[in-house]
Design a protein around this ligand. Structure first.
Ligand SMILES: Cc1cc2nc3c(=O)[nH]c(=O)nc-3n(C[C@H](O)[C@H](O)[C@H](O)COP(=O)(O)O)c2cc1C
Length: 232
């Protein structure tokens, strides 16, 4: 059955085998931004051993900034006291790690363990959380790294935001250049050849990470605005 793509003012819909899928339901223009809408603060807290995951972290940062957030960019293996304070002040934290040995990297785990004091005091409760990871193999057991990030977020009583994209590259007319080409829902998953430089991070994966950053910024804005409205 052919893939039928419908254009819609707020969403791109496509149907496949009789099912309707929504692509990119987050239309940034549909979120009203007024002078009184507070600027959401998003932090990108990531580890990258060889620079690939850092390219995705940059894309998350750019996506969040384009969606109007103020972004703190935090490589967690060199985190400073000032950056811990930025995490505490953030409305949303996007976690990022390469997948090493079928899970998050030791550098990311060291950071996660260092958050245990904040776990005890629920310092990060009700902040929005999301995650991204990168590995050399198409699967590479990346999902375990994202699962760890969701558990970390849940232990902190954070609110997990998934990728919000339909899976790409999964039909005859689909291509490797689709957004979400690796078909993740929990977060953004990327694949980079292990012997490639940072310039070999796939453009679709960069765009997908950018989408995640924008989505988190929009959701953080809605939450901040809603919390202020309820308090008024
Ligand atoms: C110690 C180590 C373990 C790795 N384990 C995996 C793995 O389980 N699955 C996989 O697909 N790639 C694995 N890789 C490859 C990395 O995920 C890949 O090279 C990734 O792009 C590295 O990201 P980075 O440059 O941000 O460190 C591993 C690499 C290293 C150094």
């Amino acid at each position: 059955m052919p893939l039928i793509v419908h254009q819609h003012s707020k969403a791109h819909l496509y149907s496949f085998r009789g099912l309707i899928y929504f692509r990119d339901l987050v239309d940034l223009r549909s979120t009203p931004v007024t002078a009184s809408t507070p600027t959401p603060r998003v932090a990108v807290a990531f580890h990258s051993g060889y620079g690939h995951t850092a390219v995705l972290a940059e894309a998350v940062r750019r996506g969040a900034e384009k969606a109007g957030a103020e972004v703190a960019f935090i490589p967690v293996d060199a985190i400073t006291d000032e950056q811990w304070a930025q995490l505490d002040a953030a409305d949303a934290i996007v976690f990022g790690s390469p997948t090493y040995m079928g899970g998050a990297s030791a550098g990311f785990h060291a950071f996660a363990e260092a958050t245990s004091g904040r776990y005890l005091t629920s310092t990060w409760a009700d902040k929005i959380a999301a995650g991204f990871t990168n590995s050399a193999s198409k699967s590479g057991d990346k999902l375990n790294a994202l699962n760890f990030m969701t558990a970390l977020a849940a232990q902190h009583h954070m609110i997990w935001v998934g990728l919000g994209l339909a899976p790409g590259w999964n039909a005859l007319t689909a291509t490797e250049d689709d957004l979400n080409r690796l078909g993740f829902w929990l977060g953004a998953g990327a694949q980079t050849p292990q012997d490639g430089g940072t310039e070999t991070v796939h453009s679709s994966d960069i765009a997908t990470a950018g989408h995640l950053g924008a989505r988190v910024a929009v959701q953080a804005r809605i939450r901040v605005a809603g919390t202020s409205a309820l308090a008024a």
